[in-house]
Design a protein around this ligand. Structure first.
Ligand code: PGA
Length: 251
């Protein structure tokens, strides 16, 4: 009942020439059996959205400000993302939390602004290795969920990405049992807070070193509805097999 979502996060990578990768992805997945999203750097969003218009591939931002407009040098509002052609936004990524000191309350305010602009909001949560080693994983995730997700969230407007910090960009993937434990926990928390209807319709993505070679195993885990992919989303050649694995998992 939940449609799979293969989301690519290009992070601070991509120049004009990278749009050819998006073009190749669009060509390879004309009628995908899942949703496909690319979140390029802000400089490429408008052009990427133009290129993908009318195709099955959607375009999103990697962050937005909590306010609609104003004196915030360097920031981008949710309305600007929408205006540029984005349909989604990633919020509270661990790199934003680490590099820019973003806290749950800020992520929540941003998510509220994004949802008000009808952007589908991918809220990221995840524990550090120290937190996992101290057996604090579920406490950390629970706190991030209640702090970062606004009350306005619906099954459509909210997507949650579980990304263990120690698995991002490290080549180290969480074990299926570890992923399953956290995803089941997140599902339970969402059902408790928002009721079964909404709680069961929110898509839960896993992120952290997802590749074509490990995607099928990850998508077989309970309550995994897709992936948020960094490094392996930068080329169509690497990302396409992940999309295909998700399509096959839905069959
Ligand atoms: P990675 O990044 O796939 O390069 O590990 C995932 C992410 O940060 O979303």
């Amino acid at each position: 009942m939940r449609r799979g979502l293969a989301a690519g996060n290009w992070k601070m990578n991509g120049l004009s020439t990278s749009l050819s990768e998006l073009e190749a992805l669009v060509a390879a997945h004309a009628e995908p059996g899942c949703e496909v999203l690319i979140c390029p750097p802000a400089t490429l969003i408008a052009r990427a959205a133009q290129l993908a218009e009318g195709s099955a591939v959607m375009v999103g931002g990697q962050d937005c400000h909590a306010e609609g407009a104003g004196a915030h040098t360097g920031d981008i509002s949710a309305a600007m993302l929408r205006d540029a052609g984005a349909s989604h936004v990633i919020l509270g990524h661990s790199e934003r939390r680490a590099d820019h000191g973003e806290r749950d309350a800020q992520v929540r305010a941003k998510a509220k602004a994004a949802m008000a602009e009808e952007l589908v909001t991918i809220i990221c949560v995840g524990e550090t290795l120290e937190e996992r080693d101290a057996s604090n994983t579920l406490d950390i995730i629970g706190g991030q969920l209640s702090g970062s997700i606004p009350d306005e969230a619906t099954g459509h407007s909210l997507v949650v990405a579980y990304e263990p910090v120690w698995a991002i960009g490290t080549g180290r993937v969480a074990e299926p049992a570890q992923i399953g434990e956290v995803h089941d926990f997140i599902r339970g928390r969402l059902e408790r807070r928002f009721g079964a209807g909404v709680g069961r319709s929110v898509r839960l993505l896993y992120g952290g070193s997802v590749k074509g070679a490990n995607a099928a195993e990850i998508f077989a885990v309970s309550n995994v509805d897709g992936a948020l992919v960094g490094g392996a989303s930068l080329t169509a050649q690497d990302f396409s097999p992940i999309v295909t694995a998700l399509e096959e998992a839905a069959d």
